[in-house]
Design a binder for this molecule. Sequence first.
Ligand code: ATP
Ligand code: MG
Length: 259
Amino acid sequence: MPRTIAVANQKGGVGKTTTSINLAAALAIEGQSVLLVDIDPQANATSGLGVDPKSLARTVYNALINNDNVDSLVIETGVQGLSLLPSNGHLAGAEVELIEIEDRTRRLRVVLDGMNHQKYDTILLDCPPALGFLTINALAAARSVLVPVQCEYYAMEGLGRLMESIERIRQSVNPDLEIEGILLTMYDARNSLARQVTDQIRSHFAGKVYDTVIPRNVTLAEAPSYGRPVLLYNMASSGAQAYLSLAKEFAIHGEKSAR
Ligand code: ATP
Ligand code: MG
């Protein structure tokens, strides 16, 4: 079975998509077979991998709502070993349409279970910035959740709410859901507040925070406009090197938890 991880934080703009794309690409470059599922109607993971969301007739929406076979919806990307289950704006409708569907919180899980599993080592789910049905479906389908956190003042407050939601998901649809790790993003070492917030998060979530910290790096923000993960855009950049380091940590954790 693949290792399925939701990349989630209801706070917007904290680096979920940047992490999904670049961790997925780094794992693929290390030799894994990876599926990135874009479960956000903003479709930033889709466009960031060079696929125009508007050009797509069928997306993850068709699997969730119309039961289309997932394997037929998956697109190969420019990165060998990295496949994409794309999204576009139509997915916004699913947030409402799911309410009418029986077992509305388990749709994504059913969809992914119906897929050819042998194909993938890791599945990453890039969530929207909300705790609506799409994120709940991702948390219900995942084995664990990776939480990108921006090193800023309100970070802890948002994390508290996310942890409460994770606990509710555990008590309802997914009792085994684990915290894969908390990832500090957009870190600026010159900013003393960022250092304080980092220390606070590390002491509060001891053992759960990745050693790797993603620095604020403009190359990470530029790469999506070229439709590429940063590793294929500027391998030497501090952002690319940070995501490679995260992929190594992530793989070691995977080996430990598989035992
Ligand atoms: P949303 O909640 O809207 O889905 P998100 O959590 O997926 O947002 P991203 O889209 O990954 O966040 O990042 C938000 C913005 O910050 C983007 O423009 C992205 O390019 C930029 N960004 C992300 N990480 C970094 C970084 N480490 N350094 C500089 N810019 C970054
Ligand atoms: Mg995003």
